[in-house]
Design a protein around this ligand. Structure first.
Ligand code: FAD
Length: 426
């Protein structure tokens, strides 16, 4: 038994928490922490973390702190990059092990490599997906290059996601040698316009575990889920899609918990088109995770997985207009205004807005991905990168990218103009 540090990354929960459980069962004392790096700006001139993401992060960490306190522990916020902050804390605690979830993306892998180089033992757990990679019917390196083949292979092999673990009911004590460390605090939430599809300023939509579990239970018990297949391409309102993503992204909800809740609903009411289709979408989420495990850093190169792709160009002036919702294209501008005003956007409009930047403004997909990263309260490195690559034709899509005609999309999904009026572009 030894003193350990538990480093929360995108897994802010006590239910279905294999990594935290592993640490809790082995540590004589445990110091749960999050790291708060200094604010920074990307090479595209946009902040790494916009105001909505900062506010969302504050909610998530406060909720996690409350859950830990209920078990006699608490959450400490370490200011600084993990590579400096965690080794310094380990020295103060006399700890040599950091336990955390694995995030298979270049920057996140580099953080862990730096901790190891500093002499720490880092125990990483792959826990943000549905399946244990070793239980798949193919080696991860041989992940099918087309999503439908991936889905069919899982189905033929009868692969079932792991069942979620019960919530932890006890934790090791806080280390006696711990220095005074600050806890989380609420970050100001920018005023959210009425009509936001994910109104996280309201208590029921707070981005913490308690609200996430309550939302999951309410959605699975309600009527909207049965209509999901028909409504999922909606543009406004809270009910057209599940809105699970912001809780999934920060880890306040476990995807295995979501899958189990869908199965429980099916057991009670029978399988519906809605639950079937939600599982289909959750498999897309899974696919982009496994794609990262299979292809790693290659996904971040300028050509992605398509070596023939021409080098993208970047046009700062039109990019800035796109970010601000001033392109002159009413549907795209409405979407970009909603994104900046609320930190959330429907899947349909993410596709339309991304396509417009890439295929009409001829810009670099990495600049678009960086803007979404700064804004989205459901930012998830795997899903964001995977979807941008897909639309740019630099991922695994055999059709070589996706181009959406915004006028046609407006005619189909916003025929009465209500969405564009809501965001002031019609
Ligand atoms: P629902 O329609 O209710 O779907 C249920 C769940 O399935 C979602 O919560 C999500 O976990 C998963 N899912 C649905 N569609 C996708 C998809 N295309 N790819 C991966 N998973 C999916 N999703 C994120 O979670 N984080 C991101 O950073 C992100 N960036 C995106 C960037 C672009 C350019 C595009 C086109 C899509 C992006 N998505 C991202 C995927 C998708 O738009 C969101 O997951 C979805 O809109 C979230 O709303 P929901 O939970 O109501 O989804």
């Amino acid at each position: 038994m030894s003193v350990m540090i538990y480093w929360f990354r995108q897994d802010a929960r006590l239910h279905d928490a294999p990594a935290l459980r592993w640490a809790a069962e082995r540590a004589s004392a445990l110091c749960p922490v999050v790291c708060l790096p200094p604010e920074s700006t990307t090479r595209w001139g946009v902040p790494r973390l916009g105001p909505h993401r900062q506010a969302a992060r504050g909610q998530t960490w406060l909720g996690l702190d409350a859950s830990l306190r209920a078990l006699g522990s608490r959450l400490a916020v370490l200011h600084g990059e993990p590579a400096q902050a965690l080794p310094a804390l380990a020295r103060q605690l006399g700890a040599d092990t950091v336990v955390c979830e694995r995030i298979a993306a270049p920057e996140e892998d580099a953080e862990v490599a730096a901790l190891r180089a500093a002499g720490l033992t880092v125990r990483e757990h792959w826990q943000s997906g549905l399946f244990e990679p070793s239980a798949l019917p193919f080696a991860v390196a041989d992940l099918p290059k087309v999503f439908s083949q991936f889905r069919q292979q899982l189905s033929r092999a009868g692969c079932q996601p792991l069942a979620p673990l019960p919530a932890l009911s006890q934790l090791p004590p806080w280390p006696a040698a711990a220095p005074a460390l600050p806890g989380p605090s609420e970050a100001p939430c920018p005023p959210l316009a009425s009509g936001c599809a994910f109104p996280y300023a309201l208590p029921a939509w707070r981005l913490d575990e308690a609200a996430g579990l309550a939302h999951l239970a309410g959605y699975c018990a309600g009527e909207d889920i049965a209509r999901y297949k028909a409504t999922r391409n909606g543009l406004s309102g809270t009910a057209y899609s599940s809105k699970f993503s912001p809780w999934l992204a920060c880890g306040a909800l476990s995807v295995r918990q979501v899958w189990a809740a869908l199965a429980a609903r099916d057991a009670e009411y029978g399988v519906s088109e809605g639950t079937e289709w939600l599982r289909f979408e959750l498999l897309w989420r899974e696919y982009f995770r496994l794609l990262h495990l299979a292809c790693g850093r290659q996904l971040y190169g300028v050509s992605g997985l398509n070596p023939q792709a021409p080098a993208p160009r970047h046009h700062p002036a039109s990019y800035a207009r796109w970010c601000e919702g001033r392109t002159g294209q009413p549907l795209v501008d409405a979407a970009m205004r909603e994104l900046a005003a609320s930190g959330y956007l429907s899947n349909r409009l993410r596709q339309v807005a991304a396509s417009y930047l890439l295929h009409e403004l001829d810009d670099d997909w990495r600049a678009g991905a960086a803007w979404f990263e700064a804004q989205l309260v459901d930012y998830d490195v795997y899903s964001n990168q995977g979807n941008w690559l897909y639309i740019a034709g630099r991922g695994t899509d055999p059709r070589g990218g996706r181009r959406f005609n915004p006028d046609k999309q407006a005619a189909e999904y916003d025929a009465d103009g209500a969405y564009r009026r809501l965001w002031g572009t019609a």
